[in-house]
Design a protein around this ligand. Sequence first.
Ligand code: F3S
Length: 496
Amino acid sequence: MVDKMAELFTKQQISWLDDVDKEGNIINPKHELYGKNIAGSILHMPAASGSTVGADRLVNLAVHGKAPRKIVLERTDPITMWGAILGNIDLEIEGKEKKLIDRSKLDKLGLEPEIAEFLARAGELLGTDEFIPADYVQIAGVSYKTITETGLELRRHFASKYKFRARNVTINPAGMDLEAWQRQNIPEEFAEKQKEIIDLYVKMGALPTITCTPYLVGSTPPPFTDAFLSESSVVTLENSLFAVRTNREAGLSTLLYAIAGYGPRYGLHLQENRNPKLEVKVETKLSGAVDYGLLGYKIGEIANGRIPYITGISSLPTIEEFKELAAASAASGSVDLMHIEGITPEAKHKMIKLDGIEEKVEIDRQTLDELKKELNTAVPEQIDLLAIGCPHASINEIKEVATLIKGKHLKTGKQLWITTSRTVKEIAQKLGYVSIIEEAGGQVVADTCMVVSPIEDLGFATTATNSGKAAKYLPRFCKQKVVFDDIQTLLSKIIE
Ligand code: F3S
């Protein structure tokens, strides 16, 4: 029942992707608004957490009359902001007057009037009229499952009128393997829509990278470069490890900035906003991607919009460990940037100020163990699908699986997907890893992943993963029970 006059208040962030269903009900049992319906309300919230496709989800709610009438944010949040702009939802940022921007600056950029208007509205809410070249853009909002029909319509609209002016535009995973979707049992209707979305992006000028690990396939902005990225795990990894300067943009804002060739300079583009406010002391030795995923997940839960400064990690994590750390922290909270003492560039070269730290917390082994227990909602015997590769698997992870599985076979009723980019899959093919995995009964699936493909419609009820990010989204967004552990342990449960 929708209460049109309801005014709802929460101090907890909301993930538009998996905290809210399509009727506007809050479905996350851990959320203080659990069970409430936000349709037609005035919703006071700190900011959005989690997926950057949230802007599309908010537009979708608005189109179906299930969005709040007005949203009052505690702080600037591009995801909610762009959902509100394109969904025509009234938006206010607490204590912040809309800035009257100098439109003559936009006039000089040679933009089409519709695009200039969108950038002006963003500038007013963000409080800036400084627009900088958008040369490096990663667009989320590629899977038909995440953007739905409303999102497809929006992309048809923009693709019918514009080409990207940005030069390096990469795109996120799709909802299926574009070359082997029949083998995945993807319905034909879904496949047609999905192919159309990719064609629209490519027609506008995107590179068909179709991965959430562009940094593993040769597309990374140089250090200290301003970029506009909307895959949340890439935002955190590239901001932190490569000192790239990007906010956690919405899928829709990166689409518009790619068209404009310009984006607003605000937030993490400015050095003074990159200082940490939260110190996290790691009181246990970390080993392997699962440990880093658990740490990231825990940090996301406590950061609440603050940039963490991590101490107690003595050696540089591997790229596989860092991608799990970044992805989980962005999914469970909204960590866009983290510094690690003596390791990440801005911490190592003392480019950040530590005198603004307002809280110190410790994370020990017991905390990580308890979280791991909480993420496990099923037992190994129930596994239908073991999916490895969130974010997309590196060649080292594929090699690890091939080595462990060589000469063995999947137990009856169990499936194995290694999800990766097509580029990495081709390398794995050349090295013989793909045939080893296929001979054992598994699949190396390109272009997609277990979260953005419609696994809930493919007969899977329990999915096993080694990814904290996947463990966050699988229960509500994919209606899965979850078994969470490291690659070796999980594989041992499904092979004979
Ligand atoms: Fe990538 Fe899918 Fe995970 S898009 S980060 S593999 S949820």
